[in-house]
Ligand binder design. Structure first.
Ligand SMILES: Cc1ncc(COP(=O)(O)O)c(C=O)c1O
Length: 284
């Protein structure tokens, strides 16, 4: 039998069919809200502390307050995980402006927690790498994980029509991030560089920077688009993709046109770190 999928909505854990928000919710009325997303291995959330910390920071940026304590939130996450029994998955925590009386002013925030199956990129994609395009844009509140993905979603058709898999934002010749991922480049001397400004501080970005620091020089700074075109290697990072090599930017071939050694080394190191993390938090 398929396990029933449960979600938490405004104080209750409910079967998915009943897990709904009222149309007065400010997420529907004005797109006002934040969220975060972490992976679950078996029944263990991975790097949960980091995601909770960022969720709080995003909420604070929108002047939203979580309606429950962290302890209660962790208990709800555990309950949903236990009920769903979904081994390879991701969990989304969404906090919105709540049921607004006039469709504009925030009310008691709505907290929603849901779990979805997750498939990580297959070996084929990791061995081949992806092509990306760039687009002039900076998110309104780059440090916050808001629910506003208007630009990214609006660009889906263009990305496809240009034979690419994703879009990298740039402004005045400097690149920042993807709609859902962070960017890294590897210079000729193997220095691993990632943009410092106008980016969401990704949890994967932080882990990759730490792992890279054990083997290579690392730098958080300005990444001009021209430097990116000339980089030895380029890759993206995110919770749902881990590390994906990028072999073409705006039609320009990167390095040898194949995923590079530094990228592959860091991916192997990241997979190992995740496994260690799961083992160290696994409850017996
Ligand atoms: C704008 C943006 N940048 C970067 C990321 C990657 O962050 P993380 O590695 O924590 O998933 C995300 C994640 O969804 C994102 O929305």
């Amino acid at each position: 039998m398929q396990p029933t999928n449960y979600a938490y909505v405004r104080g209750q854990v409910l079967p998915l069919a009943q897990a709904t928000l009222h149309i007065s919710d400010l997420s529907i009325q004005r797109g006002y809200g934040v969220f975060d997303y972490f992976r679950v291995f078996g029944n263990t959330p991975v790097f949960l502390d980091d995601y909770l910390q960022r969720f709080h920071a995003s909420a604070a940026a929108l002047h939203l307050q979580l309606p429950i304590s962290d302890e209660e939130l962790r208990a709800v996450i555990e309950e949903v995980i236990d009920k769903n029994s979904m081994p390879r998955s991701g969990m989304k925590m969404i906090l919105t402006g709540g049921y607004s009386a006039n469709g504009y002013e925030p009310a008691d925030p709505s907290l929603v927690i849901l779990q979805q199956p997750l498939t990580l990129p297959g070996l084929e994609l990791v061995e081949k790498g992806i092509k990306i395009i760039t687009h002039e844009y900076v998110r309104e509140l780059p440090q916050a994980k808001t629910i506003n993905y208007t630009m990214g979603i609006r660009l889906i058709e263009e990305i496809k029509s240009r034979g690419a898999s994703d879009v990298l934002y740039r402004q005045n010749g400097v690149v920042s991030e993807f709609p859902r991922c962070n960017l890294f480049m590897v210079r000729e001397d193997d220095t691993v560089v990632t943009p410092a400004e106008n980016v969401l501080l990704g949890v994967t970005r932080r882990n990759v920077l730490e792992l890279a620091g054990r083997k290579y020089k690392t730098e958080e700074g300005t990444v001009p688009l021209d430097d990116l075109y000339r980089a030895k290697e380029v890759f993206l990072t995110s919770t749902t993709k881990r590390i994906l090599p990028i072999v073409q930017v705006d039609g320009q071939v990167i390095g040898t046109g194949k995923p590079g050694e530094v990228t592959r080394t860091l991916l192997a190191d990241l997979v190992k770190l995740e496994e260690e993390m799961v083992q160290s938090t696994y409850k017996v």
